[in-house]
Design a binder for this molecule. Structure first.
Ligand SMILES: C[S@@+](CC[C@H](N)C(=O)[O-])C[C@H]1O[C@@H](n2cnc3c(N)ncnc32)[C@H](O)[C@@H]1O
Length: 195
């Protein structure tokens, strides 16, 4: 296991809410401008299950649950709450159905990822889209710190828009929409589709 994988296992095992966040589905829909986009028949993949709050919202909505997380413990928690959820670790991109999803939610995860891992993940996720899009939240700053492993753990990995655009292109995608979410000032949301 890599150091960052071990670190996330520890946060999930300790149920450290500081890092598991717990964003409600309604807040994701509001800030990602996804209102009325997610119905019972919408195929949604959530990246970064945290304390399972987004999955529980999707479950109440009647959606099938698909989760991707770096941590096996996180996914065990999803399965313990939603028995028929389909869950995947970041080592199992190949098991996720291809050309399937209408919406992939990526909320409060990119700030914990380095550029190499983000490109690898986006490349895999783009293949999973069925004419849909990835709605990705990231923190934006022109002042980029060193961005080391501690920054990944702490969620201190901001990007400029130009940098993110390059990474998305490298992964085989393009940004078709970009906006500031109403509740999260220093954050940005991008919609990514296949190039
Ligand atoms: C800050 S929490 C956010 C949880 C949820 N998305 C939310 O908005 O409440 C970050 C979550 O992403 C997971 N995570 C961290 N790095 C990841 C990666 N490279 N790929 C997928 N999930 C990751 C963590 O295990 C954790 O569950």
């Amino acid at each position: 296991m890599t150091e960052i994988e071990e670190w996330w296992e520890e946060q999930h095992n300790k149920n450290n809410l500081l890092f598991l966040t717990g964003t409600l589905l309604e807040s994701v829909e509001y800030n990602h401008n996804l209102r009325h986009r997610i119905e019972s028949n919408t195929k949604v993949l959530n990246v970064g299950s945290g304390n399972v709050s987004i999955e529980l919202g999707l479950y109440e909505r009647g959606c099938e649950i698909y989760s991707l997380d770096i941590s096996k413990s996180a996914l065990d928690k999803v399965r313990s709450l939603i028995h028929n959820a389909k869950v995947y670790t970041t080592k199992e991109y190949n098991k996720i159905p291809n050309h399937y999803f209408d919406v992939i939610i990526h909320n409060f995860v990119a700030q914990h990822m380095n550029n190499t891992d983000l490109v690898t993940q986006l490349e895999a996720l783009i293949l999973k889209l069925n004419n849909g899009f990835i709605s990705l939240q990231y923190f934006e700053s022109d002042v980029l710190n060193q961005r080391n492993l501690t920054d990944e753990k702490m969620g201190g990995y901001p990007r400029t828009f130009d940098e993110l655009k390059l990474l998305v292109n490298e992964a085989g995608g393009k940004i078709v929409m970009w906006f500031c979410p109403p509740d999260w000032e220093t954050s940005r949301i991008v919609r990514i589709v296949k190039l």
